[in-house]
Design a binder for this molecule. Structure first.
Ligand code: PLP
Length: 364
């Protein structure tokens, strides 16, 4: 049996260290305001290369707070990509604004050649998503944002440690949001997220939004939310952060091996020349997708799909009135792609077995 992600393998060698830290947190019993939160926020901000970090309950909340912190609301439009996890778009809707979708390029990132055609007088921001662990074309995105005076929120939920032109993603936008959902490249033991920014005023706004809009306890300037990264998760994340680069290197090595073995059989992922891809997911494309997926599942290889339905075609977004053919790349991808298992600790034997199954199925 080979799962899509096996978290037990990354935790086993860290278990006693993590238990010790958790035990210290229990002794202090400061679960929502303990010192681990501030320490991890500082360390993560430093790792990415950004000044301020605001821990949140999850990345969906971080995205929502980011949109609100930028003052985006009713009658505003925010441009994002059609092929993402739904919460990128939900964050826009929760602020009362309208998501405007753009198709993706051959690297699964937002197609920067199609952004400007979607900008209107109501457009306030761009949300590029560094999908599967690979940076979008940030140079082009920042250029467009500057020209049209738009804010940029990076959705980095799948891209901890990914780089663009040697700089980490999360250090480009006005605000960047990361997820610490357990299966992400850096995962907590439960939910968690963070918003990063270099702007002091946005940092203040974000931290107020995550804590009831308060200036101090029981004094509320605007209505906010209750969404904090808790001390136990921060303690775990601070330990795991030190292993992130090593784990990403392992992911890259696994991806290289897959690519070498599969390049003649299926469409393997392409790497943007300016990007360091950290392979949150290893996504291939092939004609008989559903049959191959069933075949892999029958061999107990639990490959996945990210994602089977592009966001504009989700029931929740039907009101926007999109038609088949509006997002040709995203639509074709949703029908042809498979995410093969990839996680730190995966063995050569497992990689070879999966590659062999795929090759046998394709007959090449
Ligand atoms: C996982 C993910 C999110 C949401 O993260 P949570 O922490 O689960 O809320 C948002 N965007 C993308 C692209 C994701 O992969």
């Amino acid at each position: 049996m080979i799962p899509l992600v096996d978290l037990a393998r990354q935790h086993k060698p860290l278990k006693s260290q993590i238990l010790k830290r958790i035990s210290a947190v229990i002794d202090e019993s400061t679960f929502t305001q303990g010192k681990d939160i501030g320490r991890f926020e500082k360390n993560f901000a430093k790792y990415i290369g950004v000044k301020y970090a605001i821990g949140t309950g999850n990345c969906s909340d971080a995205l929502r707070l980011a949109v609100l912190a930028l003052g985006i609301g009713k009658s505003d439009e925010v441009i994002t990509v059609a092929n993402t996890f739904v919460s990128t778009a939900d964050a826009i809707v929760h602020a009362g604004a309208t998501p405007v979708f753009v198709d993706c390029d051959e690297y699964f990132g937002i197609d920067t050649d199609q952004i400007e055609a979607k900008i209107t007088k109501n457009t306030k921001a761009l949300i590029p998503v560094h999908l599967y662990g690979q940076a979008c074309d940030m140079a082009k995105i920042l250029l467009i944002a500057k020209k049209h005076k738009l804010a940029v929120i990076e959705d980095c939920a799948q891209a901890h440690g990914a780089e663009y032109n040697g700089k980490k993603v999360g250090a480009f936008g006005d605000i960047a949001c990361f997820s610490f959902y357990p299966g992400k490249n850096l995962g907590a033991m439960g939910d968690g997220g963070i918003a990063l920014t270099n702007s002091k005023s946005l940092a203040t706004k974000l931290s107020m939004l995550r804590e009831f809009g308060q200036t101090e306890k029981y004094y509320h300037q605007f209505s906010g939310f209750n969404s904090a990264l808790d001390n136990l998760q921060a303690a775990v994340l601070d330990i795991k952060l030190k292993h992130l680069d090593k784990w990403n290197t392992q992911r890259i090595t696994i991806a290289r091996s897959y690519t070498k073995q599969l390049t003649d059989s299926v469409e393997v992922p392409r790497e943007r020349p300016t990007a360091k891809h950290v392979y949150h997911l290893y996504v291939i494309k092939t004609k008989n997708r559903n049959k191959l997926l069933n075949r892999l599942h029958s061999k107990k290889v639990f490959a996945g799909m990210h994602y089977p339905v592009p966001v504009p075609f989700q029931e929740a977004y039907r009101y926007l009135g999109h038609k088949r053919g509006d997002f040709p790349n995203a639509e074709l991808n949703s029908k042809t792609m498979i995410s093969l298992p990839i996680f730190p600790g995966m063995t050569h034997a497992e990689i070879d077995l999966i590659a062999r199954e795929v090759r046998n199925f394709v007959g090449k």
